[in-house]
Design a protein around this ligand. Structure first.
Ligand code: NAD
Length: 259
């Protein structure tokens, strides 16, 4: 018996086999959830190949900047699944020039794009998920964030600003959707080698620092995030909402980073 038998889950953000979304998907599937995936157009082949062996998986295109794409995805999930128990948001983007340049020089357009894709998209998804989750008596919404939202991590820059908005959205959505028994939480993950992580300056230094400084003296793996995602989506976490859980081997508790 899996912890998520009979549950349905919609997962945004699989780009390839290294994606955190893919690690979460595999863990949810192993616990019995039926999955639906969305992909950004250029990732279609990867996502179709990865999901080919998954029984009954739905695979749909979605650019999260498009309201009509989002409408179509949730309509199809409603039709095929008749409701939704779990929503996983693993989507982030900032234009390279704005991410790599000085924070004081971020363009208005770059800011709007980063905040739209990385933070507003969670709110846009949550609103559309609400009726589908209500049909199931409640649900669990999960998003991915990083410590750079609350501390200055050189190189994380504009994405830190976007993650601060995302984390605030997690709290306000938890309050907004709580009466429907819909829980909203975030996982603040330590650094992982993924496609998006390559866009962040100093990522290689971050791995060394985590190994040196974190209480557990090692880096995390994608599957560690998947395990905590299963917990957050299971009935064991039924009283947990509006929270950010750190999956970073304790790195965030440290006051001095280089000793
Ligand atoms: N890798 C890390 O070190 C790390 C650490 C903490 C948090 N995170 C967060 O985890 C989440 C997943 O990232 P990842 O590291 O697995 O990288 P990833 O590149 O595998 O995933 C990012 C996803 O965002 C999608 N995306 C970007 N713009 C989109 C758009 N307009 N429409 C639809 N999809 C879009 C991409 O297609 C991709 O699937 C992100 O929110 C990221 O910020 C990553």
């Amino acid at each position: 018996m899996g912890q998520l038998d009979g549950k349905t889950a919609l997962i945004f953000g699989v780009a390839n086999h290294n994606s955190i979304a893919w690690a979460i998907a595999q863990k949810l599937a192993a616990e019995g959830a039926r999955l639906a995936f969305t992909y950004q157009e250029r990732m279609e082949q990867n996502v179709r190949k990865l999901t080919a062996g998954m029984d009954g998986a739905l695979v749909m295109p979605c650019d999260v900047q498009s309201d009509s794409d989002l409408d179509a995805v949730f309509a199809q999930v409603g039709q095929e699944f008749g409701g939704l128990d779990i929503l996983v948001h693993c989507v982030a983007f900032a234009p390279t020039d704005d991410l790599k340049g000085r924070v004081s020089r971020v363009s208005r357009a770059g800011f709007l794009t980063a905040l739209d894709i990385s933070a507003y998209s969670l709110m846009a998804m949550a609103g559309r998920a609400e009726p589908l989750m209500q049909a199931r008596g409640g649900g669990s919404i999960l998003s991915l964030t990083y410590l750079g939202s609350e501390r200055v991590v050189p190189g994380y820059n504009l994405m830190g600003v976007a993650k601060a908005a995302l984390e605030s959205a997690v709290r306000y959505l938890a309050w907004d959707l709580g009466p429907q028994n819909i829980r909203v939480n975030g996982i603040s993950a330590g650094p992982l080698r993924t496609l998006s992580a390559r866009g962040v300056g100093n990522i290689n230094d971050m791995f060394g620092l985590v190994e040196q400084v974190s209480p557990l003296r090692r880096n995390i793996e994608q599957g560690d995030v998947g395990d905590v995602a299963v917990y957050l989506c299971s009935s064991a976490a039924k009283s947990l909402t509006g929270d950010i859980l750190y999956v970073d081997n304790g790195f965030h508790v440290m006051g001095l980073g280089t000793m």
